[in-house]
Ligand binder design. Structure first.
Ligand code: GTP
Ligand code: MG
Length: 451
């Protein structure tokens, strides 16, 4: 935190402009040493300056430099952003010059980590910055932006405030146990408040499923035996010739991926190698991979051919997958029906083919129904959405349930207090009120360099 850090904040590649960001106590004095504009060092905050970045006497690039003095900056420290020409050599050279003059290269996410450690944003807001950068749909971006702005953390803070009120009430009782009436009142209030908080936590947990869907989308593995038309289906869905299609069984060897947005939710389709017994070494690896992809997918689109009898191998394979994760597409419905659909009794299946887009509309409809996508509110929401957050809210909920149970049994009030305090602490951990250094390092390690 004492070091002055530097990093390229834009993607490294050829572009009109790149931004090199510097933050820390020496940010202004280091840049002053390598910048030709003489007014820069004494200029007021939030001003832009024109000049050249130089390496001793050699000009490196013509730049615009943004000067932002603490504390109204991203990190709350003195911050300088150099807008240079967006060439790889130019940008790297500017970083090199700054390193030579006293900066240290920032770690991934270190600017945002400083914003957190310096108290400008809380942990949930910091995580949302990353969500915003990686958002792939309008809904994901909208949710992340709300959370960067504090929508989710204020929900958590309100819950904690309610808990504190109840805790204070309990404290009064522990301090003045001689008032019997007071104890009765406390139990009544406690009952009502615990129920209220519990409902809100339950809602947070229930909504987190939507949060994950909005943020990560749905992974759909397209699996089945060779030649049933899996890759053709992928191409039709994406409206793009992404995967190779031939009438030779065993065409697809490796996975091919592509995504579309459905009701604002990202569907990631993963086409896999047709599953069959084979002596071909490459195909074997493909088959193992297909099964692995299917086992981790949110949905398995199992493709069979309308034009063939369903084989025992296919029926055996179907049994390997959890039924609730399966949708069966009877492809090639334009061809003569030879399949015996009775064998698919108990499974959710529907016909389709790659020439009739309405058929694939049915597939989309089936996915919408399966994941309740029609009911998900994707606008102006602030769901919890990562595993860390979900785990902590679950822990808070469990502690609260224990408190409610103790309350029901009319156990001594200080026992209830312990559970309630635990719940309050878990939510504190969620927003980073209390944090563990290793955990914080882990969170920010997933960020891009320069953010
Ligand atoms: N008539 C008809 N032919 C189809 C349909 N879908 C795919 N095909 C044909 O079926 C053959 C196999 O298609 P692919 O998409 O390569 O099949 P696959 O399941 O990916 O096969 P592997 O990669 O070998 O596992 C090709 O000749 C396609 O043109 C369909 O709906 N109707
Ligand atoms: Mg294929």
């Amino acid at each position: 935190m004492e070091d002055t850090i530097v990093a390229i904040s834009t993607a490294l590649g050829v572009g009109a402009i790149s931004i090199v960001r510097v933050s820390g106590k020496e940010a202004i004095s280091v840049v002053k040493k390598v910048f030709t504009n003489a007014n820069f060092g004494e200029a007021p905050s939030h001003t832009i300056h024109y000049g050249y970045i130089k390496d001793q006497n050699e000009n490196i690039d013509e730049v615009l430099v943004m000067l932002m003095r603490a504390p109204k900056t991203y990190t709350t420290e003195d911050t300088v952003e150099i807008n240079c020409h967006g060439g790889i050599n130019t940008t790297n050279k500017i970083v090199e010059v700054l390193l030579k003059n006293g900066c240290r290269l920032a770690e991934p996410g270190e600017f945002t980590k400083r914003a957190f450690l310096n108290g400008r944003i809380n942990l949930v807001e910091a995580e949302s910055v990353n969500d915003l950068i990686t958002a792939k749909t309008d809904a994901a971006r909208n949710m992340a932006l709300n959370n960067v702005g504090g929508m989710l953390s204020s929900k958590i803070k309100n819950l904690r405030a309610k808990m504190v009120q109840v805790l204070a009430n309990i404290e009064v009782n522990i301090d003045y146990p001689e008032y019997e009436d007071e104890l009765e009142v406390t139990h009544n209030i406690l009952n009502k408040n615990l129920a209220e908080i519990s409902t809100e936590l339950q809602k947070l947990i229930a909504d987190s499923k939507n949060g994950r869907l909005i943020k990560e989308g749905i992974n759909v593995a397209i699996v089945g035996k060779p030649n049933v038309g899996k890759s053709s289906i992928l191409n039709t869905l994406l409206d793009e010739e992404k995967a190779i299609v031939t009438n030779i069984p065993g065409t697809t060897r490796d996975i091919v991926e592509g995504s579309i947005s459905l009701n604002g939710i990202l569907l990631n389709f993963i086409d896999t190698a047709g599953i069959r017994e084979t002596d071909d070494e490459v195909e074997k690896i493909g088959v193992i991979k297909s099964k692995k992809i299917a086992s981790t997918a949110d949905l398995i689109l199992f493709v069979v051919s309308n034009n063939e009898k369903i084989s025992n191998d296919e029926l055996e394979l179907l049994k390997e997958f959890p039924r609730e994760k399966l949708l069966i597409l009877i492809n090639k419905s334009d061809l003569k029906t030879k399949i015996d659909v009775d064998k698919l009794k108990g499974y959710e299946y529907f016909p389709g083919n790659i020439f009739d887009t309405n058929g694939l509309d049915k597939l989309k409809e089936a996915i919408i129904n399966k994941f309740n996508l029609g009911k998900i509110i994707t606008k102006d929401v602030s769901y919890i959405s990562n595993l860390r957050q979900i785990e902590l809210v679950n822990k808070a909920y469990k502690s609260l349930e224990n408190a409610s149970l103790a309350e029901e049994k009319k156990l001594p009030i200080d026992i209830i207090e312990i559970d309630l305090r635990d719940a309050w602490e878990y939510l504190g951990e969620l927003i980073g009120d209390a944090y563990n250094e290793e955990l914080v390092d882990n969170i920010f390690a997933n960020f891009c360099l320069g953010k």
